[in-house]
Design a binder for this molecule. Structure first.
Ligand SMILES: *Cc1c(COP(=O)(O)O)cnc(C)c1O
Length: 369
């Protein structure tokens, strides 16, 4: 079986470097909030081009804590509305409801699956305070248009960059467009730890300071608690591991782009719709191909056909948030495009180490469907 993602093989490439990093932390005797975290935060903010990076325990906390910080600052209050794409992963929405804020689910663009500026405009009400674009599957949302709308309506912008480390447009990377951004380093993400980890990037020093406290029990100073914070720290071991992986990220993104290009030029079946990119592929820095998502009105049969030919695929995502038991009162939401996307999308295997003969096999079986 050709697996959807072979994390063991991806990490094995860096085995010696990772073992050195792990040993360094083991031998240091310091495991929480130390030199490795500080170094990773500096290296990741340098990479993104943002002034500050605050490491936290996971991507969900990165989003939740940023909204929480804006509440502490008086920029948001319970009941305020946050515009979010209806087809996102549940975490973007959980971060909103956890803060007592109201998600306003809007239909995405049919071609990019990202927030559509026109739909944002029509969802704005007097209670709207935040736009939460998600760079889904690794492609930057239409950030220039989103920033323009936010400025016109005095809204905050929180990017969910969990799938888009390194995606950039006009030299500006994901995590550096909005007022703040949340990243995830879940093992399967393009920059993945060997466990849970996340981070927030921002240029706002006051926000960064507040987040430093909120992730650590609300404390700036040991045993002094200014806020009712939480424990959401990125530990030294994961920080050291992420420093190794960050070093190889650009090379891995280049390899993913090569895979995407091979799929785009090889798959040729009228029953399959390929992902669309804004720029010609050679120029396109705005997609880092976390996922390669095709669409078909025969999705389930296509997935079975590939499975029978020993190719594992996944669906991102099978059930939209408004159809989840966690949000029973949203069942009546009318989001036909979001529903259709969830019925039709299929993610093909993509990774920096997938081999050309494996790609050829996948392309062959897509075309034979
Ligand atoms: C993975 C992911 C998250 C959550 O990250 P965790 O580290 O798993 O908490 C949030 N948003 C999106 C779009 C994601 O893909």
């Amino acid at each position: 079986m050709l697996p959807f993602l072979d994390l063991k093989a991806i990490n094995a490439q860096y085995r010696d470097e990772l073992l050195d990093a792990i040993t360094r932390v083991l031998d240091s005797g310091w495991y929480i909030q130390g030199a490795e975290l500080k170094a990773f935060e500096e290296e990741f903010s340098d990479y993104c081009g943002s002034k500050f990076c605050i490491g936290v325990a996971n991507g969900l906390d990165a989003l939740t804590l940023t909204l929480r910080a804006w509440k502490e600052q008086g920029k948001l209050k319970e009941g305020d509305e946050v515009i979010v794409p209806a087809n996102t992963y549940i975490a973007s929405i959980l971060a909103i409801t956890e803060n007592g804020l109201t998600p306003v689910l809007v239909e995405p663009s049919e071609t990019t699956y990202n927030l559509c500026p026109k739909n944002i405009e029509s969802a704005i009400t007097p209670k709207t305070r935040v736009i939460l674009p998600v760079h889904l599957y690794g492609q930057l949302a239409d950030m220039q248009a989103i920033i323009d709308i936010a400025e016109r309506h005095h809204l905050l912008v929180l990017e969910d960059a969990a799938q888009a480390h390194g995606a950039s447009r006009n030299g500006c990377k994901a995590g550096n467009w909005g007022d703040a951004a949340g990243f995830s380093f879940y093992p399967g993400k393009n920059l993945g730890a060997l466990g849970d980890a996340g981070a927030i990037t921002t240029d706002d020093e006051e926000l960064a300071n507040l987040l430093h406290a909120l992730r650590n029990y609300g404390s700036h100073e040991k045993y002094t608690f200014k806020y009712q914070g939480i424990n959401s720290r990125l530990d030294e071991l994961q920080a050291a591991i992420l420093r190794v992986k960050l070093h190889h990220l650009e090379k891995e993104i280049t390899a993913r782009r090569r895979v995407a290009k091979t799929y785009l030029s090889g798959i040729n079946n009228p029953k399959i719709q390929l992902p669309r990119v804004c720029n010609p592929l050679e120029l396109s820095s705005d997609h880092v191909w976390h996922l390669f998502v095709i669409r078909s009105t025969h999705r389930n049969d296509l997935q079975k056909h590939l499975w029978k030919n020993n190719i594992q695929t996944l669906v991102h995502y099978p059930i939209p948030a408004h159809k989840q038991q966690a949000y029973p009162h949203w069942e009546q939401n009318h989001l036909p495009l979001t529903d259709k996307i969830h019925q039709e999308v299929l993610s093909l295997p993509i990774s920096p180490i997938i081999e050309i003969n494996e790609l050829e096999k996948i392309i062959y079986h897509c075309n034979s469907f």
